[in-house]
Write a protein that binds this ligand. Structure first.
Ligand code: AGP
Length: 347
């Protein structure tokens, strides 16, 4: 029987298509309300939504050239001081719009009169009601405790906010929007090519020592893959920034471990060189999730064909989500009822 989690992963191309129809016009306008002036952004969230923040923040810095920080809600509420200017925008990302830590963070910031925005999947939620600016991530009800389609929708909405700001800087965003328009078909293709992903899940499910590596925007994707495998398979999967991994963490590897590396054009040379060192020194199994066809460093190489970072982010994410779901099945765990976890984390 197909799990709810898998069904929701398979809905992702449709979710993205729906968001394009809702927020992007044929004239390349993005219909999202933003404050007139923003000079810095802080994104606050928990769990998968935090991983969305960590994926989005470097994109804001790179494309909009605006300072952007991100923080776990649970850490944010413990901080005594927060960085605020009259034109700060605080973005709260939450599937449910009800997570206690994120709500507390929102209330702290509201008390200081700062502009707030939420990206949430629920129009009835407390966050939706409290924020000055709101974006409905509109993924449809997400039943699976392990969040998948809702995260894809949050990342997509964050990219739309980023592109709107880019266009307000006077840059033509039509090329980027065309890339986003091709995303549903791209994700459909990855889904159809699921055989390699199943093979990778089969191999990975034989191991207890699993490390997922990625640089920059792909490090939070590695973290998200690890979170999904923890929630559905109860394995202690660790994610690392690829370069940092070589500074000692690599010592955990041996023949009984497996490394999953996310590779794109930007880090391909570095990744191939270091995977060779890793293989020679520790001989773990290796899986590459790569948008560069020539990369063949893995025992299994999953090719997520694209030259566009804005697409590869979603392709590598969907691949890891499906892997986690398949691994749970192979390990005889039900991904739809993870032990002791709840859809909304409250106090
Ligand atoms: C993700 O798979 C989790 N179940 C969990 O980390 C979740 O993302 C987190 O609790 C935040 O929830 P929210 O998006 O509803 O605020």
């Amino acid at each position: 029987m197909t799990s709810i989690m898998k069904k929701e992963i398979f809905e992702e191309p449709g979710v993205v298509k729906h968001l394009l129809d809702s927020y992007v016009t044929d004239e390349d306008k993005i219909s999202i309300d933003l404050p007139e002036k923003i000079d810095n952004i802080v994104i606050v969230a928990s769990g998968s939504s935090y991983n969305c923040a960590a994926i989005a923040a470097p994109l804001f810095i790179e494309y909009v050239q605006i300072p952007c920080e991100y923080e776990y809600s649970s850490e944010f509420i413990l901080q005594k001081k927060h960085f605020i200017t009259p034109d700060s925008l605080y973005i709260f990302v939450s599937q449910s719009g009800e997570t206690s830590d994120t709500l507390k963070a929102l209330n702290i910031i509201k008390e200081q009169g700062v502009k707030t925005m939420c990206i949430t999947n629920s129009k009835d939620s407390t966050m939706w009601k409290l924020c000055d600016y709101k974006i409905l991530s509109d993924a449809g009800e997400e039943k699976s405790i392990a969040s998948t389609k809702a995260l894809t929708a949050q990342i997509f909405c964050s990219i739309l906010v980023m592109l709107k700001l880019v266009s307000q800087n006077g840059v033509d965003i039509s090329g980027y929007l065309n890339t986003m328009r091709r995303l549903p078909a791209y994700l459909e293709r990855i889904k159809i090519d699921a055989q390699k992903i199943e093979q990778a899940a089969r191999l990975t499910s034989d191991f207890q020592n699993i490390s997922i590596l990625g640089n920059k925007n792909y490090y939070p994707i590695a973290k998200e893959g690890a979170l999904k495998m923890k929630e559905t398979c109860y394995l202690n999967v660790m994610a690392y920034p690829f370069g940092e991994f070589m500074h000692g963490h690599v010592a955990v590897l041996n023949q009984k471990s497996i490394v999953i590396a996310i590779i794109d054009e930007e880090n391909a040379e570095f990744a191939v060189r270091n995977l060779k060192k890793i293989k020679d020194e520790y001989n773990p199994k290796i899986i590459c999730i790569t948008s560069v066809q020539d990369v063949k460093s893995g025992d299994i190489n999953i090719y997520i064909k694209t030259k566009r970072k804005l697409k590869a982010i979603f392709g590598s994410l969907l691949t890891l989500q499906l892997m986690a779901c398949e691994m749970a099945n192979l390990l005889d765990k039900n991904p739809d009822s993870p032990k002791g976890l709840h859809k909304v984390v409250k106090d």
